[in-house]
Design a protein around this ligand. Structure first.
Ligand code: MF3
Ligand code: CO
Ligand code: CO
Length: 301
């Protein structure tokens, strides 16, 4: 998901160079500095690397989801993701994000930003939940695990919501609807088509079940950079609409709420996003690429 963050003159430049903003692009700051005014159109030559990181991302996510049972802490999930990612020679992109726009092991780049290697969003948390040893998953919870790997210069990004033990009817409704909304959004992608079709398909399905679709957080272009245009709204938004052209690579990641679509940011940690009414929220995410004939779901195993 994407939200806007104000960059200071001494922060690393939004372009990912690792130089200070004031030394790099002082007079050229996009309205949302995390969204470069640029789409990512990946060439066939980029695809071996892009497919590799997306496959790794999917494998880590699937393995972690299998291990989630009552009694596991979200810190434990973080440790699994962190270790599996490093073991594969990749970097967990959430760690220090957005300060570590490139690999934070590069000493030029200051630490800071998101404090963990994965987002774990439990129950009424919509997204960007911070793993913690104090959060022990219990029977009936739902948790979204959102993994992003950086490998060989390319990013993969996917997430899934899993049931901890036995879900309530409402937990099943939001989770299965979020899963189907992602599928419906993917089916709406076609070369020569429009991005708005993704938001239309998702909001129609969620609306037909009386559920809310989050508006303030969206999918995003991905590839050599973690978050770029297009902003992939999960509701029909003419302002972010664009033509879908072969090679265009982005995420679809609908957040579906039991009640209102409105959200609230935690004003202590400035990361955790809650549903405004504290009812349940579920999410699924894939990284996809528009092809000559349809769509390739890169983070599908
Ligand atoms: N993986 C999230 C997304 O889907 C972004 C997480 S950024 C973090 O775009 F800093 F919160 F980790
Ligand atoms: Co994403
Ligand atoms: Co993600």
């Amino acid at each position: 998901m994407q939200r806007s963050v104000k960059l200071g003159r001494n922060d690393p430049c939004w372009c990912g160079s690792g130089k200070k903003l004031k030394k790099c692009h002082p007079n050229e700051i996009p309205a949302n500095p995390l969204f470069r005014r640029q789409f990512q159109i990946l060439e066939e030559a980029d695809m071996p690397k892009m497919r590799r990181v997306c496959r790794l991302n999917a494998e880590i996510l699937a393995e972690v989801c299998k291990r989630v049972v009552p009694g596991v802490s979200t810190e434990q999930i973080n440790t699994w993701v962190h270790e599996m990612t490093l073991d594969a020679g990749a970097y967990p992109a959430p760690l220090n994000y957005p300060k570590g726009l490139t690999d934070p092991r590069n000493p030029q780049i200051k630490a800071g930003g998101f404090p963990k290697s994965v987002c774990t969003s439990v129950n009424e948390i919509v997204c960007h939940g911070i793993p913690s040893a104090d959060v022990i998953l219990k029977d009936g919870d739902i948790v979204n695990v959102d993994v992003t790997c950086l490998l060989d210069g390319f990013f993969g990004d996917s997430s899934a919501t899993v049931y901890v033990g036995t879900p309530s009817d409402e937990a099943k409704l939001v989770t299965e609807t979020a899963r189907e909304c992602l599928e419906a959004g993917i089916r709406a992608v076609q070369p020569g088509g429009r991005l708005i079709a993704v938001g239309q398909a998702i909001s129609q399905l969620a609306g037909s079940r009386g559920l809310g679709v989050v508006r303030e957080y969206t999918g995003h272009g991905i590839g050599r950079v973690f978050h770029t245009e297009p902003q992939v709204c999960h509701y029909p938004n003419p302002e972010t609409d664009c033509e879908l052209v072969p090679g265009m690579t982005f995420t679809i990641e609908p957040m579906i709420n039991a009640g209102t679509w409105r959200t609230e940011l935690d004003n202590r940690d400035k990361w955790t996003v809650y549903t405004a009414d504290r009812r349940l929220s579920a999410q699924f995410e894939h990284t996809v690429r528009v092809t000559e004939t349809g769509v390739e779901v890169l983070t599908q195993l």
